[in-house]
Write a protein that binds this ligand. Structure first.
Ligand code: SAH
Ligand code: SF4
Length: 364
């Protein structure tokens, strides 16, 4: 839970947590309904704007709670294309969200849906070798309110309604599980943003114990596993997390998840030239997908300035896909929508931070 100057942000509390706090202040339970209505339906940015609450209550609430918003500092991309939003948080950190327009269902939603990709941490501690988010290391977890606020701020700025949410921006969601779950409850609830659990997808690089924890949660959200390699040899080369939880440990956590959930798992698989794009990797990937009845999303690698990795030729991408299909694995090959504006996670922030740093140095 995020606290600023000893105050809890109102949007980091679930309905029952807020109700409990209000009860302690001697308030009747209908106040919780009034307040969540102001927060998530009318979306006010100040406690004082909750005009059906008595003035004295508003003052007491303002002493105990904060109500932060996050500022959009930069937008890339135009309407009807993938757009990126860079935010500055209280304290100055930069994070980003991506808004992806209607496209053929990637994560189970209908084709006419708008999807937001949100960040869960500032930076990332997992240091995957191909990823911009890991490059500058880890700073801090986001509070539930900062996750929820990304969605609200983008809807506010664009006037568009978001139908799908994927936790695939900067950071490792399962390393910030408590706040991510709290944010999901707020996003999912009818008293909150009201997005159905089947329209919420969490992506992980493979934190096996947390996958088991998530399996025990009653929420029917979707889970995507960033596999990116079908053998320990390949995964060890590009994803340090694999040295802690190897493929078998990860897949058996996925077995456990599958035994508890109705939703199918998805494997995310970035295709990187001469690293993980061989026929042999495709065959082994099919084998893992069959074991878990998982779908596979193939994503051509988005190059990151300063990193040596490249996407394979289209011919190689298609060949990889055809091997999966020949094994009857449900697989898609994403024609990367945001390639032209560096849509992959962490890239806008990295670019802006480098520019800001240049600016600062230039002024010295
Ligand atoms: N930490 C989580 C979620 C954030 S990363 C995870 O790793 O799953 C979201 C997805 O973007 C992951 O599948 C990640 O591997 C992928 N990704 C990272 N950098 C990329 C790049 N340069 N090109 C394409 N996909 C990338
Ligand atoms: Fe972190 Fe995911 Fe990037 Fe790996 S791919 S460094 S886990 S954000």
């Amino acid at each position: 839970m995020v606290k600023s100057a000893g105050k809890t942000d109102m949007k980091s509390l679930t309905f029952s947590e807020l109700q409990e706090r209000l009860r302690n202040l001697g308030e009747p339970s209908y106040r919780t309904i009034q307040i969540t209505d102001w927060l998530y339906k009318k979306r006010v940015d100040a406690i004082d704007k909750m005009t059906n609450l008595p003035g004295s209550l508003r003052s007491r609430l303002a002493e105990k709670f904060s109500l932060g918003t996050i500022d959009i500092v930069r937008v890339l991309g135009a309407r009807d294309t993938t757009r990126k939003f860079l935010f500055r948080l209280t304290g100055g950190s930069l994070i980003e969200s991506v808004l992806i327009p209607a496209s053929p269902a990637l994560y189970g939603g209908k084709a006419d849906r708008r999807t937001i990709c949100v960040s869960t941490q500032v930076g990332c501690a997992y240091g995957c070798k191909f990823c911009a988010s890991g490059l500058e290391g880890f700073s801090r977890n986001l509070g539930a309110n900062e996750i929820v606020e990304q969605l609200i701020a983008v809807e506010r700025a664009t006037g568009e309604k978001i139908d799908n949410i994927v936790f695939m921006g900067m950071g490792e969601p399962l390393a910030n599980l408590e706040n991510v779950l709290r944010a999901i409850r707020i996003i999912n609830a009818n008293w909150g943003l009201g997005i159905g659990a089947r329209h919420i997808t969490v992506s992980t690089s493979g934190l096996a114990p947390q996958i088991r924890k998530l399996a025990e949660e009653p929420l029917q959200i979707r889970l995507a596993i960033s596999l990116h390699g079908a053998t320990d040899e390949v995964r060890n080369r590009i994803m340090p997390i694999n040295r802690r939880y190897n493929i078998e440990t990860l897949l058996s956590a996925c077995d456990y998840y599958k035994a508890h959930k109705k939703q199918h798992l998805t494997f995310e698989y970035i295709l990187i030239a001469d690293v993980n794009d061989s026929d042999e990797q495709a065959r082994l990937l099919s084998h893992h997908a069959k074991r878990l009845s998982a779908k596979v999303n193939l994503i051509p690698y988005n190059s990151v300035p300063g990193l040596p990795w490249m996407r394979p030729s289209e011919k190689r991408q298609e060949k990889f896909l055809s091997i999966l299909r020949s094994q009857r694995i449900p697989a898609t090959l994403r024609r990367e929508k945001g390639h032209d504006i560096d849509a992959a996670c962490g890239q806008l922030r990295l670019q802006t931070e480098r520019e800001l740093r240049k600016d600062v140095i230039a002024k010295l």
